[in-house]
Structure formats: C-alpha cells, structure tokens
Write a protein that binds this ligand. Structure first.
Ligand code: ZN
Length: 371
C-alpha cells in the first residue's frame, strides 16, 4: 500500500497520491504564481503580506518553501513577459518589475532569461529616449537635464551609460539623414548633447555617425548656396587651386573609372573560296563577318578626389585632371559614388567610386548649381 506524497495517508495500491490532493497541490501552485504575477505587474503589494498569503495557500496545497520561491520566480517572469508583449517597456513597468524583484529578494540567477530581456528592453527605451533628446530642437536644455536624471536613476554602469549615449547619438544622426539633411537646429542639438555628456567626435563615430553629421551639414550648406568650409586634410592639399577657389572636401582612395569602347571582328573572315576561271569566288555567306562593339567600364586609377567650389579634381598615380562644373552636362548617382558626363562630343562617362554616393553626389550637384 503506497502513501500519498501530499498528505501522507494511504493512497491505495500502486498509487502515489490521492486525486484530490494532486488537484489541490496543482491549483495551489497556480494560485501562488498568479498572486506573485499580479503583485509584480501592478506593484501594489506589501512584501510581508504577500509572503503570508503565499504561505497560507501553500499550507492548504501541500506546498513547501521551495514551491513558494518557484512560484514567486515564475510569477515575476510572467509579469516581465506581459510587460514586453507590446514591445515597449515603460519606465513605470520597469520600476514595478525591478521593485518586486528587490523587495522579494529574488536570487540574482532568478529567471535569467526574463532578467536579460528586462535589461535589454530597459536599455532600448533609454536609447530611444536619448536619441530623441539628441535632436530635440526645442527645449533642448530641459530635455538634456531630464535625460541625465533618468540615466542617473538607471541601473547601468557609468561605462554602459556612455556607450548607450554614444549609440543613441549615432542612431539619431542616421534617422535625421534618412529623411533629409541635418538642419542647423538639429546640428546644434546634436553638438549640445555631445558637450553635455562629454562625448568626443571619436566617441560617436563607431558607425561613422559623426562623419555623417558633418557630411549632412556640408550638404545643407552647399544646398543653401554656401561654400562649406569643413574640409579636413592633414597638410596642404595637392591640388593647384585657382584664386578664389575653395576646397570643400577631399576623399581618399577613390577609384576612377572610364567607359571605353571595345571592338572585335567576329565571324568568318576567310573561308572556302571557289575557283572561277582565273579568279576566286567568295559566296555571300562569307561576308557575315561584322564588327562587334561594346562599352566597358574600366578601372583606370585610384587616388584623391578633391571637391572644390569650382572643380572636381582627381589625382592618382597615372591620371591627374580636373573638371569644371560648368563643363559637366549630367551627373549620375550611384550608391557607392557618382558619374559625370562632360559636354564634349567625344566625352565618355567618367565615374568615381567614393564609397558614399549619397554624400558625393549631393555635394557636387549642389556646388555645380552655384557656378
Ligand atoms: Zn493525499
């Protein structure tokens, strides 16, 4: 005769538990988990009172201290999952969930998956908030103060905070450029943010964000009819600029391509001839040879590309030339560069692979308009 694992009374031949006891146990565990989940997600609880309620449920359902701990952990994990279900972890949700974990003194290893999701959702929210502040053109000082406060209250280490601020800034730049140029106000906000949090240009250039901001500003100025003066080049630029010509930008390691025409004779050039009297006769079919012609883009040289207020300069090892903007009849945008067509009859397309077609194309097109 076996004894019931729950109540300890006789359970019958080969039985491990009474059906009623098993049901009571299972329902008790569910009830405890539900109590914990509700407390974690509403934040309306008192740790001592909650523990007492759980203990009394446990008593009626043959549950021990381990069952209670497990119910609290699962309840918390479920509360985390519910809070994240809509994809957003609000600040108050985060506060409640963290508060529950602290007050119930859950072990650090508790619900590691849920804890990790909570941390990453919390960081996502902070990053989004920070990105919005980075380009807040109104009330900027106030937004910066508020962001600094939120970060101070966060559980992040100071290192992690800096990294998050930098990432958010680069994301903000990308978002701004996605729908246009960097406006003067946005640039001021972006720069103000860096100053406020002591971030250098280098800190926020991991994904090229700082360079992109400067480029965005350069395009804005060129589009406004100004000649941007933000070129950075160590030493003297190797171009012989004209008087009153200003260097706007220099790009290195630019591949220069030209379109060349290739020709080839195809078909039978010699074939069987038939002797006719003293001469030779070639049948019509032998005159099918023809000239085939096609155009090919070939890499000609690599080197420096200088963009000035008047010209595009190229300086490679073999080729050096400049093209005046007013000699260009069309510009072609490529994702990794741009092409130009000069107005000469014999001109062939020339293209420059700069790596950043968006910037180079916008820049030359706008500067050309100022000619
Ligand atoms: Zn029993």
């Amino acid at each position: 005769m076996g004894l019931c694992i729950h109540c300890g009374q006789k359970a019958g031949f080969l039985r491990r538990a009474h059906r009623a006891c098993r049901t009571a146990h299972r329902e008790g565990l569910e009830r405890m988990e539900a109590l914990a989940r509700k407390a974690a997600s509403t934040g309306q609880f008192n740790a001592e009172a909650l523990r007492q309620s759980l203990a009394s449920v446990a008593e009626r359902s043959f549950a021990n201290e381990d069952h209670i701990t497990a119910a609290i952990e699962r309840g918390w994990e479920r509360a985390v999952a519910e809070s994240l279900a809509d994809g957003v972890l609000t600040q108050s949700e985060e506060r409640r969930l963290r508060g529950f974990r602290d007050q119930l003194a859950l072990a650090p290893s508790t619900g590691e998956g849920a804890a990790a999701r909570l941390e990453s959702a919390a960081e996502d929210r902070l990053r989004e908030d920070a990105a919005a502040v980075a380009i807040a053109t109104e009330d900027g000082e106030h937004s910066l103060d508020a962001l600094a406060d939120v970060l101070d209250q966060s559980a992040l280490s100071s290192e992690r905070r800096r990294a998050l601020l930098a990432e958010a800034w680069e994301e903000a730049v990308a978002a701004v450029l996605e729908d246009g140029v960097v406006s003067l106000d946005e640039e001021a906000a972006l720069v103000g943010y860096l100053r406020r949090f002591g971030l250098s240009a280098e800190d926020v250039n991991a994904a090229g964000g700082h360079t992109q901001m400067v480029k965005g500003a350069v395009i804005r100025e060129a589009a406004e009819g100004l000649v941007p003066e933000r070129a950075q080049f160590d030493g003297r630029p190797p171009f012989n600029l004209m008087k009153s010509e200003q260097l706007v930008w220099i790009m290195q390691d630019v591949d220069y391509h030209e379109v060349v025409t290739r020709r080839e004779r195809r078909g039978t050039s010699h074939g069987l001839s038939i002797r006719v009297a003293k001469g030779l006769y070639y049948r019509p079919g032998m005159f099918r040879s023809h000239m085939r012609e096609w155009e090919e883009t070939v890499h000609v040289d690599s080197g420096l590309l200088g963009i000035t207020s008047k010209h595009i300069y190229f300086q490679g090892r073999r080729k050096r030339f400049r093209i005046r903007y007013d000699r260009i009849v069309s510009f072609e945008p490529y994702d990794d560069g741009f092409g130009v067509m000069r107005d000469a009859q014999t001109a062939k397309p020339q293209s420059f692979r700069t790596g950043d077609g968006w910037f180079a194309y916008n820049l030359v097109v706008n500067l050309a308009q100022q000619w």
